[in-house]
Design a binder for this molecule. Sequence first.
Ligand SMILES: Nc1ncnc2c1ncn2[C@@H]1O[C@H](COP(=O)(O)OP(=O)(O)OP(=O)(O)O)[C@@H](O)[C@H]1O
Length: 296
Amino acid sequence: MELKLENLTKEFQGFTAVDHINYTMRNGVYGLLGENGAGKTTLMRMLCTLIKPTGGKITCDGEDVFSMDGQYRKLLGYLPQDFGYYPDFTARDYLLYVSSIKGLRPATAKKRVEDLLTKVGLAKTAGKKMKKLSGGMKRRVGIAQAMLNNPKILVLDEPTAGLDPNERIRFRNLISELSEERLVLLSTHIVSDVAYIANQILLMKRGRIEHTGTAEQIISSMPEKVWICKADKKLVPALQKRYKLANVKTGASNTVEVRILSAKRPFSEAVQAEASLEDVFLYYFGEKSGDENDLL
Ligand SMILES: Nc1ncnc2c1ncn2[C@@H]1O[C@H](COP(=O)(O)OP(=O)(O)OP(=O)(O)O)[C@@H](O)[C@H]1O
């Protein structure tokens, strides 16, 4: 299975939300990481044939996905950002209902729904009404509905949004498990999610894929280094103007520990630290607040 994006572009009334993207995906987990408004949802909706590109194309094993139509949709599972559920349906009834819409035979649907409820850890709660489930449980029902047709391509838009740390870990494990022998594309603006589960990370900014690679490759692509040093609290605004500050931790008596991105050692007492994906995200997406001459 090869999903290929060629010069993929989407304009809305002259505004380019997705800008000439070229990228090829095969089996594995791809993490689309970008700020709000970067174009992630628009890209995913095109991949799911819900909206048409204004330029370029998407092919699946060489065939245009829009011409494949139903044949392509059979390969596809999608969890939208705001997945609409029926509050008074139980999780089980909801999944059976979606199965019928997807054209699964009743006996097949019944078995598939029970298997998926177990897989997403909801076998015991399947009889509860959806409105009584926690946010994380609802998202798991959302993943289950996307998996009903055993898709070869699974597209998950912000699957971990609003989840607590425990749910987030469960989710990551579930997604890794589901990624065997399929292509999973998930979007997020939470760096740690992609750092843990994505084999390939795509950094998206203003409609373009700015960088791609494994977490290690993306980290080593950052030209700046990471430094940790203690400073007087009063210096923080000036430091923020001069450098990208990854973190500011308050210490004892008016001191702070700052994590600075800089090509050169910012102070003689600064100690170099290992860069993380969070630092890289800040490097590519963060802004310095002003004129560096304001410092000191
Ligand atoms: N139907 C539309 N008409 C006009 N502009 C749109 C439409 N859909 C999206 N946009 C614009 O395209 C840009 C990208 O939006 P998109 O929802 O794809 O971003 P995103 O990366 O998914 O952001 P978020 O994380 O906030 O969901 C935004 O500036 C948005 O306002």
